[in-house]
Unconditional design. Sequence first.
Length: 564
Amino acid sequence: MTAGAMVLKTLLLMVAFAGPSVAQIRGAASSQAPSTPPPQVEDPFGRDAPRGTIAGFTRAVDRGDFASAARYLQLRGSQARNAEALARALSEMMDRHFVQPIATISGGPDGELDDGLPADRERVGPLVIGDRLVDIALVRVTDPQAGPIWLISTETLSQVPALYRSIGESWAQRVMPAPLVRRSLLGVSAAQWILLAASIIIPVLVLRLLSAVLVGFVRRTRLEPGRRYRLDVWYAGLRWPMIVIVADVIHYYVLTPLIGLPLAFRFRYARVAAVVVVVAVAWLLLRMLSLAMEHARGLVHGRSQTGTRSLMLLAERLFQGLILVLAILTILTVAGVDTMTALAGFGIGGIAIALGAQKTVENLLGGIALLSDRVLAVGDLCIISNRTGIVEGITLRSIRLRTEDQTLLSIPAGTLSGSSVENFATRAKILMKTRLYLQYGTSAEQLRSILGGIRDLIADNPRLETKTSRARLVDLGERAAEIELFVYVSTSDYLEFLAVREEFLLRVATVVESSGSAFARPTQLVYMEDVAGVDGPVRGAVSRDDVRLTQRGPLRPPTSISGD
């Protein structure tokens, strides 16, 4: 059996022990309605199962309530008159000589069905008294109010006086100083408290030493540096959870029964041990999940895999939440809380939280959809909600965008589903599109020479895509001859694109200058106007494009064309 299976089996046994008893069914049906199933009744004294009978009996004796303790005994004849003495003696015998784990007592309403005994009989123990093994026999009877219950049989009670006279001191009483044995706290002697602490500390120290020796031995073997590093990381992360789990199992199942603790204390202490195991197992699972997901994220390289890493982080957090919820529910079960009621409360609370946090849920779902579609990655240049910038972070709640003004813009992930996202980083090539304006006076031969030179530049540049690129004379406009450049630069890096474009445009300028032409300058037509009725001509310079002239006097032709 593997260590994981042993830990799981131990956890299940301890949780089963600490859980509440199952309600019983009445044995007899009403004579007026024989077809109606009898209602389920739970015994208020916990005698529904053998473990409940033993636990209730020891707790009653521990608090000195012998009237309640008698309810767990099948008293006959003179035994009823000596009920208190029998209860004291039987309880002390079980405290000293019941060395089996509490979980070995059946917690089911029907007891152990494969022990070779009749269905209404159950065997608890045995008690190790010297060289003798004595079983405590339980019998199942029908109570008029509680239905089927388990009681300590009258046969066992008849043996108690003789057995009690033969018992001796416990192991702790023999080896520990008498002053420590006489002093007690919570029904446990000081000597037993010391032994209980030692049964915890010693396994922890021994397991810590053994783990260090084992890992040191493995590290001395010829391991690759990468494997040795992973061994150190996993050992550092899982060492203490594993030590706590194994030490708790050794402490509870092996050492605690040898101390001779009162049985009532052992029933209470079992809950503490079960909670420790649950917490340690949850701790171990969380550490294993964190280390495994960290290793998986390390295998995903590249800026384009940011979405995958974010989804892994989301999955890790979801599993962490699931582990914590299961651990909490298990602890509540150990404490005796009805987990079905707790789950119903969680459901109502979850609905209330969901209604009050609609935007948060919307952002969460939007973040999941964004990461799943891999629309963006950290470092991408994009336009989101009409804002241009570089993505600096992607979370389940928002996208952080560093704008051109170096401000940090946080965009809720939920709003991305209703807005457009333009990602420039996904392009394999970047378009360089512009128009060249050549001055008037450029001849047709010069235009052909310029076009040919530009096309040669495109064909000779390996960074430019020749199949889709073009250089065409598109217009002879009012101010200049226009040549359109439509060229793809084979790069996705915008800074590299700027450098290629700069070099290409400088070479285009060289081609234009070598042909004897030049680029046109922006011009403006200026008109001179005489306004009648005013002493002396009043002249103003107005733009032909901006003002519609009204003739008030003789209109003179334009006298000049000047640059801005």
